[in-house]
Design a protein around this ligand. Structure first.
Ligand SMILES: [Zn+2]
Length: 199
């Protein structure tokens, strides 16, 4: 097999695992982004760690999918540098994750969909292309971009729909509710004569 086809096949298989992780994020109410770390070891590719986005559930603004997977992998190998590893993530990494992956000396980072708002691999900035910052980590985008991107779009569409429905339900409830303010005023007035006669 052509080595490029072989690489493409590996990339797609690993990104499918990252996409499964993104689904896990959705299940717990987080923005669906997933990551997988693969290591080449004695000629074999092995999945070392997985992670999905969970800053809300863990009250941790740094708990992006990449960081979650990165921490697992580093703990597992007992090393803060992971030069034999590749990370697959369903969305273009942000600046925080890009720098963490470069600090860890990752061999390669592969992402799926681009993130025009915070992407740091070419969309907003390209930290990987900066020779002052990066001497180690190759980056490649667009693997399974369509399914990974539509998962995100569907998530945000559903969330907007839920917000709209909640707003409508609140408006409908307000329109049919009895006017408690008036009832309360009448009750207060009723107690007034009693209070006065006690004086
Ligand atoms: Zn990030």
């Amino acid at each position: 097999m052509d080595p490029r086809d072989e690489q493409a096949r590996h990339d797609e298989a690993a990104m499918r695992l990252a996409l499964d992780q993104a689904h896990n994020a959705w299940l717990v109410g987080e923005v669906p982004v997933g990551a997988v770390i693969v290591r080449e070891f004695e000629g074999q590719r092995q999945v070392l760690a997985t992670g999905y986005n969970r800053p809300i559930t863990t009250h941790d603004p740094t708990a992006h999918a990449e960081i979650v997977a990165l921490r697992h992998a580093a703990q597992l190998l007992g090393n803060y540098r992971l030069p034999d590893c590749e990370l697959y993530v369903t969305l273009e990494p942000c600046a925080m994750c890009a720098m963490a992956l470069m600090h860890a000396r990752f061999k390669r980072v592969v992402f799926a969909a681009v993130d025009p708002k915070t992407g740091a691999a070419g969309s907003v900035v390209d930290l990987f292309a900066n020779p002052q910052l990066n001497h180690h980590t190759a980056v490649h985008g667009g693997v399974l971009a369509e399914p990974c991107g539509s998962l995100l779009r569907n998530f945000f569409a559903e969330r907007r729909e839920q917000t709209r429905r909640a707003r409508e339900a609140a408006a409908a409830a307000a329109a049919t509710e009895p006017d408690y303010d008036i009832v309360e005023v009448i009750e207060m007035q009723d107690t007034t004569p009693g209070d006065l006669s006690d004086v």
